[in-house]
Design a binder for this molecule. Structure first.
Ligand SMILES: Nc1ncnc2c1ncn2[C@@H]1O[C@H](COP(=O)(O)OP(=O)(O)OP(=O)(O)O)[C@@H](O)[C@H]1O
Ligand SMILES: [Mg+2]
Length: 1024
C-alpha cells in the first residue's frame, strides 16, 4: 500500500523531476558518493498535501500541484539551488553542491522565505465549501556533506548524504507549520543579513547533546550604510526642475518631436544619476532604450557607442560567426527598412570587423564615405517608427571622432522622429556648437539643505550625523559623489571603532580630518585596504571600467573562488559592483565610479602598469583567439601601453585598417600615427621599412579624404622614400598611384599624370592587371579634365579592355562613366548618354547604389545639354529619389543644383527659386561650404537672367571667394568666366575684360581647356 502511494505521488511530480532521480528513488539503489564539501540543505514539507491530493480528482490535483510546486521549483532555481528529490509531501534541495556560490546559506535562506510566501498565497485550497490552508515546514542546515554521483553507469544522478542532511531533515520535522528552522552553522553564515529568533535548544534524535536552532523570520532591514546601499543608490535629492525638463522632452519626443539634450557638470555631480531617474519614468516603458558610454581608453575606437546600439538592434551574440551576423543584419534591415538593404555590408563591417584593403578603398567614390554615417542614421531613424527611441550616450568628453560626427548628424535631423537623444559630459564639448538644437542642462551643486538631508539619510547613527554634518556640507560643496565618499570613509572608521570597542564617537570623530578633494578621500579609503585586496583593485583598474572575472583571474593567477571572495570584499567597500552578466561571462563586475578606477590606475608604478597591459593583451589574445578581429582596438590599447612594441604596431595598424574601412578617417589617422611613432623609434630593418611605407600610404589616403592634402603629400613622399629603400615594387606602384589620385583631387592634372605614368610602368613590370586598369582609368580622366580629350579617350578604352578581360566590374563601370564624360566634353551628348547607360547597367549588376545615383545624375546632365529638358528632369528626379531613399542628402543637394540649372534654362523661375531655397537648406545643414558656393553661383545666374546686375555680382563673388578658399580651381575659373559674361550684358566692358582674363589664366594654369576657346572669342569681341 505504502509503495503504491509513493508511486502515485511520483507520477504527479514527474514534470519537475529529472528522470534519473525518479528512477533512483524507486529503485533505491546506487553506488556510494565520493566527495566532501560544504553545502546547505533545505527540506520542505507541505503538511497534509498528499492526503489532500488523494481526496481530489486527478485533474484538480494536478492543477494544485502546478500552482504550488511550479513557484517552488522556480525559486530554488532562481537562487542557484537544485532540487535533489521529492519525498512524500515535499522535497529536498541543495545549495552549494556540486556548484558552490560563496553565499549559498544566504541563497537558501532567501529562497526559503520566498517559498513560504508563495505557499501562503497559493495554498488556499477549496474542497467543497471549505477552504483548506496548506502550510509548509522548512528546515535548513549547513555543513560538510558527502556528495557525488550515484547510480548505474548509464543512469547517474547527483546526491548528498551525511549528518548535515539528516539534521536538516530533523529541523524540518521539528518546525511548526509556516516556520523555517535553521541550524547553528547556517545561522552564523547568514546572521548579518537576516532576522532570526533567539536560539532554542532542541533534542534531536540520535544526538547526545542538545543543538541550538533558530527560527528564520525575514531579511534584515538594512542597517549599516553599506547594506543599505546594496543594489540601490543614495536617496535621490533635489533636481526637480531638471527632471521636469527631461520628462517634458520625453513626452515631446514621444509625440515625434525629436529632442536632443545635453547634460553637463563636473565629475560626480549627478549626471548619470539624473538620467537613471528619468529611465524610471513610466513613459520610458514605451521606448526602446539604448544606453552606451564613451571611455577615455576608447577615444580612437570608431563608433564605440554605435556598435553597442546596433548589436542590440540586430540581436547579435558574441559567439555568432560572420555568416550568422550577416544573416541577422539582413533580416533585421528587411524588417526595419528594406530600401537600406544595399547597406547591409556597412553594418556587417561595423559589427563583424571585416576590413577592406587600401586598394579597394581607393576604388570607391568619395560619396561613399559620406554616406556611411547617413545610412546608419537612417536605419536608426526608421527603427524609431516601431517604438520611440531613447538614446543615451554618456561621457561624451571621450567620444571618438567618428561617433562625434554621427552625433552631430543625428542631432540635426531627428526633429520629426520619436527620438530623445540624451548625452552627458563633464565639460563643454569642443564640437558642441555644431550639435544643433540641443537643449542644455547644466548641473549645479546640491543646495545645502539638500546635502544635509542626504547626509542625514546616509548616516544612521544620529550622534555621528550631529558631529559631522556641517563639516561634510562645507567640504563636499554640494557634490553628491563627494558626500558619498566622505560618508563611506566615516562608516569605515565607525566599523573599525566598533570592532575594537574604542569608546565613544565624539572622541573618535572630533579630530577626523576630511581630505579636501573627492580624489583624496577616495584614495585614502583605498589606502586603508589590506595589501592583497588593494593589489587586486589596482590590477583590475588596468582592465578599464569593466572587470571581466575570467580575464582578471588569468592575470592575477588566483583561484576563481578566492578571487570572488576578494571581489565580494571590495564590493562591500563599494569600490566595485556586480553588474548584469553578459551571457558568455560567468561573473562581471564594474568600478562603482570611474573615479575609483582612475585613482587605482594612477597609483600603479609606470613599470608595473606596462607589464600588466602586456599581460592583459597576451591573455586576451589567447581568450579571444577566434574572435581576435573584434578586439583589435582593445589589444591596440593594451599593447600600446606595454613594452611589446611589435604587437603594439601590429594591432594599431589593424585598428587603423578597421577604422578606415568604416570611413572613420580621423580615427584611422590616430591609429596609424601612433603605430608610426613607435616604428620610427625602432631600428629600421627591412620589415619595419615595409611596414612604414605601407602605413604612410594608408595614412595619406585617410588624410586626403578629410581634406588634409598638404599633409597627405608629405606622408606619401615618406612612404615612397621608405619603399624605394627596400625596392618593394608592388608597394611603390600603389604609392605612386595614390600620388596620382591626390594631385588629381587637387586639380593638378599634369603632375597627376606624371605619377600615374610612373605607377603604370611598375604595374606592368609586376604584371598587376587590375591595378593597371585603375591607373589607366585615372590617367584617362586626368587627360579629359586637362582638355586632352582624345588622349584621355584612348586611355579609358585601354582600361575598359583590361576590365573586360579580368572582369573587374567596379573599375569597368567607372571607366565607362568616364567615357561618357569624354563625350559630354566633346558635346556629343547622344554618345555620352549611350556610355552612361551602359555603365548604369553594370552598376546595377554590382548593386553599387552610389554609382547608380551618380550616373543617373550624369545622364540627366547630358540630356540637359542635349536640350531634352523632359528627359533631363526625369533622370535628375530619379536620382533625387534614390538619394532620398538611402538618406543621402548630399547627393540630393547636388541634384537640386542641376535641377535648378535646368529650370533656369526654361525660364521657370519659381522652380529655380524652390531648388535654390531647399538646396541651400541642405548644404547649410551639412555645413558644406562648396555646396553652398554652387548654390550662390546658381542664384547669381538667376539674378543675371532677371537683370539684377548688382545682386548677381554679389553672389558670383561670394561663390568665387569660397572656391578660392578651398582651392577649387575649375569652379573658380568657370565662375570668373560667368561673371565676365554677366558684366558684358551689363555693358561694364573694362571689368568684364578683367574677369575674363582672370578666368583664362586660372583655366590655362590647370590645363582645363574646356572654356578657353569661348573666352578667347569673347575677349576678341570686346576688343572690337
Ligand atoms: N541628486 C542626487 N541625490 C542623491 N545622490 C546623488 C544625486 N546625484 C548623484 N548622486 C549620487 O552621487 C554619485 C555620483 O553621481 P553620478 O555618477 O551620477 O555622477 P556623474 O555626474 O555622472 O559623474 P561622472 O562625470 O564621473 O560621470 C552616485 O553614486 C549617485 O547615485
Ligand atoms: Mg556619469
Amino acid at each position: 500500500m505504502k509503495e503504491k502511494k509513493q508511486n502515485n505521488i511520483l507520477e504527479l511530480f514527474s514534470p519537475y523531476v529529472p528522470e534519473a532521480v525518479t528512477s533512483r528513488i524507486l529503485e533505491g539503489k546506487g553506488s556510494l558518493p565520493s566527495e566532501r564539501s560544504e553545502a546547505t540543505i533545505v527540506f520542505i514539507d507541505i503538511r497534509g498535501f498528499t492526503k489532500l491530493a488523494d481526496q481530489l480528482d486527478p485533474e484538480k490535483a494536478i492543477e494544485i500541484i502546478n500552482n504550488i510546486f511550479e513557484p517552488i521549483v522556480g525559486l530554488i532555481d532562481k537562487y542557484g539551488g537544485s532540487i535533489n528529490k521529492f519525498l512524500g509531501d515535499g522535497l529536498m534541495a541543495i545549495f552549494g553542491a556540486p556548484f558552490s556560490h560563496e553565499d549559498d546559506p544566504e541563497r537558501a535562506a532567501r529562497a526559503s522565505l520566498e517559498i513560504m510566501k508563495s505557499i501562503e498565497e497559493n495554498g488556499k485550497i477549496k474542497i467543497g465549501n471549505k477552504v483548506k490552508n496548506l502550510k509548509a515546514r522548512i528546515g535548513i542546515n549547513t555543513g560538510l556533506c558527502i556528495s557525488g554521483e550515484i547510480g548505474s553507469a548509464s543512469r547517474k544522478e547527483f546526491t548528498v548524504i551525511g549528518d548535515t542532511v539528516n539534521l536538516a531533515s530533523r529541523l524540518q520535522a521539528n518546525a511548526t507549520p509556516g516556520k523555517i528552522l535553521i541550524g547553528e552553522k547556517t545561522f552564523h553564515r547568514i546572521k548579518d543579513n537576516f532576522i532570526t529568533s533567539p536560539p532554542r535548544k532542541l533534542k534531536i534524535k540520535g544526538k547526545k547533546d542538545l543543538v541550538s536552532v533558530y527560527i528564520l523570520k525575514g531579511e534584515e532591514k538594512k542597517i549599516s550604510f553599506f547594506e543599505q546601499k546594496k543594489n540601490s543608490h543614495s536617496p535621490f535629492m533635489g533636481r526637480e526642475k531638471e527632471l521636469k525638463n527631461l520628462k517634458e522632452a520625453l513626452k515631446k519626443s514621444y509625440q515625434s518631436k525629436g529632442q536632443v539634450i545635453e547634460i553637463s557638470g563636473e565629475l560626480g555631480i549627478g549626471k548619470s544619476r539624473l538620467i537613471l531617474e528619468l529611465t524610471k519614468e513610466s513613459l520610458t516603458k514605451e521606448f526602446n532604450i539604448f544606453s552606451s558610454n564613451c571611455s577615455s581608453w576608447e577615444e580612437s575606437k570608431p563608433y564605440a557607442p554605435l556598435r553597442e546600439i546596433f548589436i542590440k538592434i540586430f540581436g547579435i551574440k558574441f559567439d555568432d560567426d560572420f555568416k550568422e551576423i550577416d544573416k541577422k543584419i539582413e533580416n533585421k534591415i528587411k524588417e526595419i527598412d528594406s530600401s537600406l538593404l544595399f547597406a547591409s555590408s556597412y553594418f556587417s563591417r561595423l559589427l563583424s570587423s571585416k576590413t577592406k584593403s587600401l586598394e579597394e578603398m581607393m576604388e570607391q567614390s568619395k560619396e561613399e564615405s559620406n554616406l556611411f554615417i547617413r545610412v546608419v542614421k537612417k536605419l536608426l531613424f526608421s527603427f524609431s517608427s516601431k517604438k520611440p527611441l531613447l538614446i543615451i550616450i554618456e561621457d561624451v568628453q571621450w567620444i571618438d571622432d567618428a561617433s562625434g560626427e554621427f552625433l552631430i548628424q543625428c542631432s540635426k535631423e531627428l526633429k520629426e522622429y520619436p527620438i530623445l537623444l540624451l548625452y552627458s559630459l563633464r565639460e563643454s564639448l569642443k564640437k558642441r556648437d555644431s550639435i544643433a538644437g540641443s537643449k542644455r542642462i547644466r548641473l549645479l551643486p546640491l543646495k545645502n539643505t539638500e546635502s544635509d538631508k542626504l547626509i542625514r539619510l546616509l548616516i544612521k547613527e544620529n550622534d555621528i550625523y550631529q558631529l559631522m554634518s556641517e563639516k561634510i556640507i562645507s567640504t563636499a560643496n554640494g557634490n553628491p559623489l563627494f558626500i558619498e565618499e566622505i560618508v563611506r570613509g566615516i562608516e569605515e572608521r565607525r566599523l573599525s571603532a566598533d570592532k575594537d570597542r574604542l569608546g565613544n564617537y565624539p572622541e573618535i570623530f572630533a579630530n577626523f580630518q576630511i581630505p579636501d578633494t573627492v580624489q583624496s578621500i577616495a584614495r585614502a579609503r583605498i589606502d586603508l585596504l589590506p595589501v592583497g585586496l588593494k593589489e587586486i583593485l589596482y590590477q583590475a583598474s588596468v582592465l578599464g571600467r569593466d572587470i571581466e572575472i575570467k580575464l582578471l583571474q588569468k592575470i592575477t593567477n588566483l583561484e576563481v573562488k578566492i578571487l570572488l571572495e576578494m571581489m565580494k570584499e571590495l564590493q562591500k567597500h563599494e569600490f566595485i559592483e556586480e553588474v548584469e552578466a553578459a551571457p558568455q561571462l560567468q561573473r562581471y563586475f564594474a568600478f562603482t565610479h570611474s573615479l575609483i578606477q582612475e585613482i587605482a590606475y594612477n597609483s600603479l608604478l609606470f613599470k608595473t602598469r606596462r607589464s600588466l597591459h602586456n599581460k592583459i593583451g597576451t591573455v586576451m589574445e589567447e581568450m579571444y583567439l577566434s574572435k581576435i578581429d573584434a578586439k583589435v582596438e582593445e589589444l591596440a590599447y593594451h599593447f600600446k601601453n606595454s613594452d611589446d612594441q611589435e604587437k603594439a604596431v601590429f594591432y594599431l595598424n589593424k585598428a587603423g585598417d578597421k577604422a578606415q574601412s568604416l570611413y572613420a578617417f580621423k580615427n584611422a589617422i590616430n591609429y596609424y600615427r601612433d603605430s608610426i611613432k613607435i616604428l620610427e623609434l625602432t631600428e629600421l630593418e627591412k620589415e619595419q621599412l615595409t611596414q612604414l611605407s605601407e602605413i604612410y600610404n594608408k595614412l595619406a589616403f585617410s588624410r586626403s579624404i578629410i581634406g588634409e592634402r598638404k599633409e597627405a603629400e608629405i606622408n606619401l613622399t615618406k612612404a615612397l622614400e621608405y619603399c624605394r629603400k627596400i625596392r618593394d615594387k608592388d608597394n611603390e606602384s600603389l604609392i605612386l598611384m595614390s600620388m596620382g589620385n591626390l594631385y588629381g583631387d587637387m586639380g593638378q592634372w599634369d603632375k597627376a599624370i606624371e605619377y600615374f605614368q610612373d605607377s603604370l610602368l611598375i604595374s606592368e613590370e609586376i604584371n598587376n592587371l587590375r591595378r593597371k586598369a585603375s591607373i589607366l582609368k585615372g590617367i584617362g580622366l586626368a587627360c579629359l579634365f586637362k582638355g586632352d580629350t582624345s588622349t584621355g579617350y584612348s586611355y579609358l578604352k585601354e582600361s575598359i579592355n583590361i576590365c573586360k578581360e579580368i572582369k573587374a566590374l567596379d573599375v569597368y563601370a567607372m571607366a565607362l562613366n568616364n567615357i561618357g564624360i569624354y563625350y559630354d566634353m566633346l558635346g556629343r551628348w547622344k554618345k555620352a548618354i549611350e556610355a552612361y547607360k551602359e555603365s548604369l547597367s553594370i552598376a546595377k549588376k554590382i548593386k553599387n547604389i552610389i554609382v547608380i545615383s551618380n550616373i543617373m545624375n550624369n545622364i540627366g546632365f547630358a540630356y540637359s545639354s542635349l536640350g531634352e529638358s523632359k528627359q533631363a528632369i526625369y533622370y535628375l528626379k530619379e536620382s533625387v529619389k534614390i538619394a532620398d531613399k538611402i538618406g543621402d542628402i548630399y547627393n540630393k543637394g547636388i541634384n537640386y543644383i542641376h535641377l535648378g540649372e535646368e529650370y533656369l534654362k526654361k525660364n521657370e523661375f519659381t522652380e529655380v527659386k524652390y531648388y535654390i531655397f531647399h538646396g541651400e537648406k541642405i548644404f547649410d545643414e551639412l555645413d558644406d561650404k562648396l555646396g553652398l558656393a554652387d548654390i550662390y553661383r546658381l542664384e547669381a545666374k538667376l539674378l543675371k537672367k532677371l537683370e539684377r546686375w548688382k545682386d548677381s555680382e554679389i553672389f558670383f563673388k561670394k561663390a568665387i571667394k569660397t572656391y578660392l578658399k578651398f582651392g577649387d580651381k575649375i569652379n573658380e575659373g568657370e565662375t570668373y568666366y560667368e561673371l565676365g559674361d554677366m558684366l558684358i550684358l551689363k555693358r561694364d566692358i573694362d571689368l568684364a575684360k578683367k574677369n575674363l582674363i582672370k578666368s583664362q589664366k586660372i583655366l590655362k594654369n590647370i590645363g582645363a581647356k574646356k572654356h578657353l576657346i569661348e573666352i578667347e572669342e569673347k575677349l576678341n569681341n570686346l576688343k572690337k
